[in-house]
Design a protein around this ligand. Structure first.
Ligand code: HAM
Length: 416
């Protein structure tokens, strides 16, 4: 038997119900917030990620699925969505001329991590990115958007953590302090951190190694080293969150695992996920478009792991979606009329189904129950003779006989 490789999953229909609930809820909320879908390829030139995410990050240095194409070019399966979205935005001359763009995306991402609960090698993210504004309102909007998705998908116990990690102005001063702090403890650092201390000391705050984590609680704090404009920006983001009543905690050491962030960073965490407790994360990245040779354009966004959302709503009761109408017939002419009714209903955006082989009414009613039909429509010999249909509301048990032509309108009016 050929099995699937480690760290990937099949999603069978029983899981599909919850999965579709996540997709549908997120798409509805993206629409409510006026984000438009941008679909980018799952593979990009490797440089998109090494340049975008940063050479010193775990993602780029250890976790990418990279290979050469037949022409000897280095390609990588995307480990996240943002870098590819930025590449597409800069490359597309039409959208990058607009004052503001709000995109959303959904799809598979690939990271060669050690598989465990909630940590896969192929996983799916849903996310959003805004290009063109530094306004703290948008940092708030992105947090509010992912918070709405968390609530509406049914996640119960989670926390929103926020931080600000400054900009070009204030970060160099902070980095010097951070370097000084860690330099004194260099012998206590893991190998990776000892290496990245000089070039990228911010990464040390994100290291998962126990030895490095033990040094973190005394390290200098980013939010205490912000310049005036970053300080005001962070206050404005917090003030929007406060006015909305959106509860959050400040996590003063949250720098996130990707190099492109500036100012606001945030994560949504649920402790019952275990050590992989973040199910969504994001922040502002005001220099990333420039890094891709685009004209300076600020950006902010988030991504959530769909498998992690799935784990968090696994216990929730999600009603399976049934068919709107199941049409029952008695064969012969009645089957012909019933089949054309099914087609007419489908064309009217009503989901409809039929059992084409001739079976007893009882057997057809049984099938309609299995299909969780909201309405059963009976087109038997009596109905044919009268040019009518009988419609039974499966929930209330009420039954009406109405002219054939009025059937679709009746269903539309009575479907809630
Ligand atoms: P990230 O924190 O690396 O951020 O990933 C976002 C989410 O993807 C995580 O919170 C987690 O739920 C999920 N995730 C990451 N790795 C795995 C994995 N191996 N298995 C299952 N789920 C995983 C980003 O990717 C940024 N692009 C977010 C962003 C968008 N920032 C600005 N815009």
């Amino acid at each position: 038997m050929i099995t699937k490789p480690p760290g990937v999953e099949d999603i069978f229909p029983d899981k599909g119900l919850r999965w579709n609930h996540i997709v549908k809820t997120a798409k509805k909320i993206f629409r409510n917030y006026n984000y438009k879908e941008l679909i980018t390829p799952v593979m990009e030139f490797t440089e998109v990620f090494s340049r975008g995410i940063g050479e010193d990050t775990d993602i780029v240095s250890k976790e990418m699925f990279t290979f050469e194409d037949r022409g000897g070019r280095s390609l990588t399966l995307r480990p996240e969505g943002t870098a590819g979205i930025v590449r597409a935005y800069v490359e597309n001359g039409e959208y990058n001329r607009l004052a503001l763009c709000k995109f959303f995306y959904m799809g598979p991402m690939f990271r060669a991590e050690k598989p465990q609960r909630g940590r896969l090698r192929q996983f799916n993210q849903l996310g959003a990115e805004i290009f063109g504004s530094e306004d703290p309102y948008y940092d708030y909007e992105i947090i509010s958007l992912v918070d709405s998705i968390a609530k509406e998908t049914g996640i119960k116990n989670y926390r929103v953590l926020v931080n600000s990690i400054g900009c070009r102005e204030c970060r160099p001063g902070y980095m010097t302090k951070l370097k000084n702090y860690y330099n004194e403890k260099k012998d206590k650092l893991c190998e990776d951190c000892a290496r990245r201390l000089e070039k990228n000391p911010l990464r040390l705050l994100d290291c998962k190694n126990e030895k490095c984590r033990a040094l973190k609680p005394m390290a200098p704090v980013t939010s205490e080293h912000l310049c005036e404009s970053c300080f005001n920006h962070f206050n404005a983001v917090k003030s929007y969150l406060d006015k909305d009543g959106l509860k959050y905690e400040i996590d003063k050491y949250m720098v996130r695992g990707l190099d492109y962030y500036t100012r606001t960073t945030f994560e949504l965490v649920a402790d019952n996920l275990g050590s992989q407790n973040a199910f969504a994360g994001g922040g502002r990245y005001d220099y990333l478009v420039e890094q891709f040779d685009g004209k300076p354009t600020p950006g902010v966004g988030f991504a959530a792991g769909m498998e992690r959302i799935y784990l968090l709503i696994e216990e929730e009761d999600i009603a399976p979606e049934g068919v709107d109408v199941f049409v029952i017939h008695s064969g012969g002419a009645s089957l012909e009329v019933a089949a054309s009714m099914v087609k007419a209903l489908r064309l009217a955006d009503i989901s409809a189904d039929i059992e084409p082989s001739v079976k007893s009414f009882k057997a057809q009613f049984k099938r309609s129950e299995r299909e969780k039909a909201s309405f059963v429509m009976i087109i038997g010999e009596d109905e044919i003779a009268e040019g009518a249909v009988t419609i039974k509301n499966q929930q209330s048990g009420n039954q009406v006989k109405i002219p054939y032509k009025e059937a679709a309108d009746f269903i539309i009016k009575n479907l809630q």
